[in-house]
Design a protein around this ligand. Sequence first.
Ligand code: FAD
Length: 352
Amino acid sequence: MGVAPGVDVVVIGAGQAGLSAAYFLRRAGLEFVVLDANPGPGGAWRHRWPSLRLGRVHGIHDLPGLALPSADPTRPASEVVADYFADYEREFDIPVLRPVAVRAVREAGADLVVEADGAVWTTRAVVNATGTWDKPFWPHYPGRFDGRQLHTAGYRGPEEFEGKRVVVVGGGTSAVQALIEIAEVAAETTWVTRRPPVWHEGPFTSEHGRAAVARVDEAVRAGKVPASVVSVTGLGLTPEVLAAQRQGTLTRHPMFERLVPGGVAWADGRVVEADTILWATGFRHALDHLAPLALRTHGGGIVMDGTRVVADPRVHLVGYGPSASTIGATRAGRAAATELRTLLHPTPAHVG
Ligand code: FAD
């Protein structure tokens, strides 16, 4: 196993959060390396389904120092962001090593060691920016379904659902967007969610966004497992959503009780027959490689103060909890670099 020379900081993940952290670590004068499991630039965006066009995303915040160039809104967001991140890495000469999947981060006295297949880095601190895409959440329901099941992480667009009877599970934006496009080609769609969806009328103001972020921040400060920011903002009533509501595509059913060979069944005996179940049930933070540091509380969360892990100030989580949006990730990268500059070189410094 190769041992790389020691660095001040290892950044794990080269999505929005990791690249922002890298930019500010460079400005802080710290030595760092970025390790990314993906084969190329783009973070999780490079995996998003081609029908997720730039014009349909919530909005992608600029990385620090280089604005996202204006692009054709009909281009897949996956391509636009991958190109943008590639330009960004070149422009700022960000040392990203890929594909490098980190398997474990362990204590080594005052240092930490970061282990990947075939290589180990010794570092004074870690900025973890691994996002959620690699940890799709599949809830368990009893029973057996003989049709196809997939998660949104494996969704590639509506084409493959043509003529099928499809059950979509989940109350988030991904579920709503998939339903709207699948309903155009499917024989039948059924939408089930655990809780009734919360619709948000009018534009999402920055005040509204701040309130949602504050709620998630409060949860992670208390060491709870963070809900996604979108889950606390509600679903936007866009013209497309209103049209789908009128057509009945967004008629929501409560969660079924179990799977049956030909579909899904409720406790009252009702059955919906289906060929495919799409689990649009979200993601969890990809943090398994941090398990040796024993950062989690009994409740499964990690007690945070901003981006800093309270139990170990050498570890920062960016793109986590309240910063799990492109704007939050960008700001978190700066906050983590500022704190690590102070921790590792405790002299007055300004990284902005
Ligand atoms: P990611 O982009 O997920 O990057 C994490 C990187 O870490 C990846 O490259 C991954 O390969 C790497 N990695 C993971 N594990 C390891 C490991 N063990 N070792 C090494 N590398 C690892 N937010 C918005 O603000 N606007 C939107 O329009 C928007 N749309 C979204 C649409 C969908 C469908 C989803 C699921 C999310 C959306 N979000 C949106 C949320 C947004 O994607 C994220 O907040 C942000 O892009 C995540 O950036 P990140 O850097 O935290 O993580």
